[in-house]
Design a protein around this ligand. Structure first.
Ligand code: ZN
Ligand code: MN
Length: 441
């Protein structure tokens, strides 16, 4: 990345996900607050009134543990809630109930597209705070959001590129949706990203030495902004390093209009929060049977589904689209088609490319494919023709690489001619793209 010059990037992520539950984290209030009138989903507990007692929501606990399992974490048999103290108008009791020393889940990892792993430090459960608005010189507070459950997933400073960090967040979103842990809709604030960003020298990287600071960019609400925020922050930090200084540890926000990060408050150390065990909630103890039942509830994970597809011959890009973009229904159809004897590669291609077929039921798709069956869909046979055609038309390949879409149609035309119109054009097109892209790398 040119942006970094001679420096190396270090990023750790903190992601908050709102698990889908019917009630709030520590009270019986309705958790479905989107679009509701302010302060209509409240009670003494989530208003933080003195003497009100919190009762943990088991549904939220289970969803946190489910996510922990999906991320390969160890689930703690003993876990507890802690009070995290700080003063803010949206936190009237003066502390947030969170988890500190004994989170529900610890030490996981997640394989990324690049082949690197995200190194998960912990997955814990906490409550959200209220929402403040600034209007006409006054601050108004809506307590509907107060006490909404939040799962926080924290990684170690393991990302060396923006791409890996963004990919990690996307994968986390896919997993949450697959396992029905959360809708993870970023526009509704159901998934919020915070990036801890620092840069260091090559020598530091080689010695595995972390920079003496990190800058936390808070509340990023889209993948696109996250990428921009990290890049903007790198530019700022690099200038400080280059002028002989060292960036200070602080929280910053991302200004999407000016494309810069702006200072917020200085970053607290853990000791500033004066954590201590929440005295109103007994520690949680989970037994083996409970964990066994939980494990049964974990459906196959998206990354495993992709691996299975790829083992059946589906290209990486296709498995990514089917599993991570089109999601559950497409995967079910894929499996249905394969079970009915459709070649995996063909099934993937039909679902991704044939809008006229992909919306039909499995039976109907199979019937239609069989009607079109005179076409060659044998990958080997088409691959050979594709290789010949691509090899014989270097100019068309160059045209395609420089963004001329027609070139692809031209190559496809050649393949169709060579096979006397019997190739499945969608399969052929995929193979052409794949071959060209492979040669690029
Ligand atoms: Zn309440
Ligand atoms: Mn948090």
């Amino acid at each position: 990345m040119e942006l970094l010059g001679k420096y190396k990037l270090v990023v750790g992520m903190e992601v908050h996900v709102q698990p889908k539950t019917s009630q709030k984290m520590f009270c019986g209030c309705d958790a479905d607050i989107w679009g509701q009138e302010p302060n209509t989903r409240t009670c003494p507990t989530c208003l933080g009134l003195p003497g009100a007692l919190p009762v943990p929501n088991l549904e939220a606990v289970k969803k946190t543990q489910l996510l922990g399992l999906a991320l390969g974490c160890k689930l703690n048999e003993n876990s507890r809630f802690d009070r995290k103290h700080y003063f803010y108008p949206d936190l009237p009791k003066g502390y947030q109930i969170s988890q500190y020393k004994k989170p529900l889940c610890e030490n996981g990892k997640l394989l990324l597209e690049s082949g690197n792993y995200a190194d998960i430090e912990r997955v814990h459960l906490e409550e959200d705070v209220a929402k403040s608005f600034h209007q006409g010189g006054k601050t108004l507070i809506d307590f509907n959001k107060s006490g909404i459950p939040l799962i926080e997933v924290v990684t170690r400073p393991c990302f060396r590129s923006v791409e890996d960090a963004v990919d990690y967040c996307k994968k986390l979103q896919v997993i949450c949706r697959y396992l029905e842990i959360s809708e993870a809709d970023m526009e509704k604030g159901q998934m919020r990203l915070e990036a801890n960003i620092s840069i260091r020298t090559l020598e530091m990287e080689e010695k595995d030495e972390l920079p003496p600071y990190k800058v936390e960019v808070k509340n990023i609400n889209s993948f696109k902004f996250m990428e921009k925020a990290v890049k903007a922050e790198v530019v700022r930090q690099r200038e400080i390093w280059e002028s002989g200084g060292m960036p200070v540890q602080e929280n910053r926000g991302y200004d999407e209009f000016k494309n810069v990060t702006v200072p917020q408050r200085e970053k607290e150390e853990a000791s500033d929060y004066r954590y201590f065990p929440e005295p109103d909630i007994p520690p949680m103890v989970f037994d083996e049977e409970y964990f066994l039942n939980l494990k049964k509830a974990v459906a196959r994970l998206p990354q495993d589904l992709r691996k299975e597809m790829e083992e059946k011959g589906v290209a990486k890009e296709q498995s990514r689209i089917l599993v991570e973009v089109m999601a559950r229904e497409a995967v079910e159809k894929f499996n249905g088609l394969v079970a009915k004897g459709v070649e995996a590669r063909k099934a993937a291609s039909v679902l991704i490319n044939r809008k006229d077929l992909s919306l039909l039921g499995v039976e109907e798709i199979v019937t239609r494919i069989n009607e079109e069956g005179v076409r060659v869909s044998d990958i080997e046979e088409i691959s050979e023709v594709v290789e010949n055609v691509v090899g014989a038309n270097p100019q068309a390949v160059l045209d395609y690489k420089s963004g001329r879409g027609n070139a692809l149609q031209f190559l496809l035309g050649c393949v169709m001619r060579e096979t006397k119109g019997r190739s499945d054009p969608h399969v052929a097109l995929d193979l052409i793209k794949e071959l060209i892209n492979k040669n690029v790398k």
